[in-house]
Each structure stands twice: as structure tokens, then as C-alpha cells.
Ligand binder design. Structure first.
Ligand code: NI
Ligand code: MN
Length: 227
């Protein structure tokens, strides 16, 4: 498969058999993203949680592409109320087989609210996403702090690539992300969720340097690489 990191927590995946996926499509208002919403062509939108810097432009992207959206049940209810029909609600611990491979929702320690017309609405639980696609395993951790189940996730999955938040404040900082990477025994790690807005300042190069040689990886934003 081919993967691109598009800034903050936005990840795109293109499988070898032509399925296109976007995770947490925070495009408009994301200073580190160079995508244009109306040019995005995807079959699936996968959401870790409802916060605006992850939910982002889901409504527009899902509608214009008639994409399938995978999210927690409460967020799916909201999406349905907004006219999105093709929904797969999932909770932490659940797995689901798709035409691109297997998806597992993982726990995350974080909130999941969406502000609509100035009112903050709670939308289920925040999660992470593990994808088994074409023999490789990708783990998008979502927004989270360290949590005990990381140990079991690392034992049960041979993780080829993890996207780990390092910005602190709302998620793990770089030191905790290093612990997470070691706990998971991930082969490659891309730091995410830093320097996008105030409060999540972090040095991705220092994070990479803190890991064993060849594990940490900072891709060029928006450029697809092969996994
Ligand atoms: Ni969040
Ligand atoms: Mn976030």
C-alpha cells in the first residue's frame, strides 16, 4: 500500500487494489495540510473521534465521494442526522472486515466532543485504529495518553507503522510517545499531532533521535511512500 501523512493527524492510504482511505480529515483550518477538500477522492473516511481537528471536513468529503464513514456509534448517529448514509459504527475492541482489509478499533484515553452552533455535544469515546492491509499493519493511535492495553496491542499485532501523537497537553508528549513505541514494538513510527496549534509544541526530530536508529520517520507532508 501507499501512505501519506498530510499534517496534524491526517493520513491517507491507497491500497494496491485501488481502495482509497483518509483518516481524520482535518483539512480546512489545518495549517500543516496542503490538501483541497473538493479534490479529495476517497472510498472511506475513518474517524478516531469527534474533535474538530479530527472530524474536520468529514461531512463534505463523505457526501461528495459517497464514502463509507467508520466512527463510534454516537458520532455515526450525528453523521446520519446530517445525511450520511453509509456508516459503520464501531467501539474499542471491535474488528470489522472491509474490502481493503481488517480494521480494529482500539482504546484511547481522550474525549470526543463536537461543537455544533456553539454548543459542545458529547459524541461517544475516542479510539485508535489498527489496519491490517495487504499483509502490513498500521496503527493510527488517535489522540491518547499512555494506557495499559498498549502492551496487549503490541503482543497481538506485529505493527509495521504507528502514527503516534507527540504534542503533549491533549495527548502523549514525546517522552510518553517513546514509551508507547517501545511498548508496542512498532517497526516504524511517524510522529503526529504537534505544532499545529498553541499548546502542542514539540520537536519531531528530537523524538526521532530518541528512538533506535531507523524507527522514527518524518515523511514529507503529502507525499505518498510505500509500506
Ligand atoms: Ni482530540
Ligand atoms: Mn486532536
Amino acid at each position: 500500500m501507499k501512505i501519506a501523512f498530510n499534517g496534524h493527524a491526517v493520513v491517507q492510504i491507497a491500497t494496491n487494489n485501488g481502495v482509497k482511505i483518509i483518516i481524520d480529515p482535518f483539512i480546512n483550518g489545518n495549517p500543516s495540510c496542503n490538501l483541497t477538500v473538493d479534490k479529495i477522492k476517497v472510498d472511506y473516511v475513518l474517524l478516531t473521534h469527534a474533535h474538530a481537528d479530527h472530524f474536520g471536513d468529514t461531512l463534505e468529503i463523505a457526501k461528495s465521494n459517497q464514502a463509507t464513514v467508520v466512527a463510534n456509534p454516537e458520532l455515526c448517529d450525528y453523521l446520519q442526522s446530517q445525511g450520511i448514509e453509509d456508516l459503520v459504527p464501531m467501539q474499542a475492541g471491535q474488528t470489522h472486515d472491509f474490502d481493503f482489509g481488517r480494521l480494529e478499533y482500539t482504546p484511547a484515553i481522550h474525549g470526543s466532543s463536537l461543537t455544533i452552533d456553539g454548543e459542545e455535544i458529547q459524541m461517544g469515546k475516542a479510539c485508535g485504529i489498527i489496519l491490517d492491509i495487504e499483509g502490513k499493519t498500521v496503527y493510527h493511535m488517535g489522540d491518547t495518553h499512555l494506557f495499559p492495553e498498549l502492551q496487549a496491542l503490541g503482543e497481538n499485532h506485529a505493527i509495521d507503522l504507528a502514527f503516534a501523537p507527540i504534542g503533549g497537553k491533549y495527548t502523549m508528549d514525546a517522552a510518553d510517545a517513546k514509551t508507547a513505541v517501545e511498548t508496542l514494538n512498532a517497526k516504524k513510527v511517524i510522529p503526529v499531532h504537534y505544532n499545529t496549534f498553541e499548546g502542542i509544541e514539540a520537536d519531531p526530530n528530537a523524538f526521532v533521535a530518541s528512538l533506535p536508529e531507523g524507527v522514527g520517520f518524518i515523511p514529507i507532508v503529502g507525499e505518498f511512500f510505500t509500506l
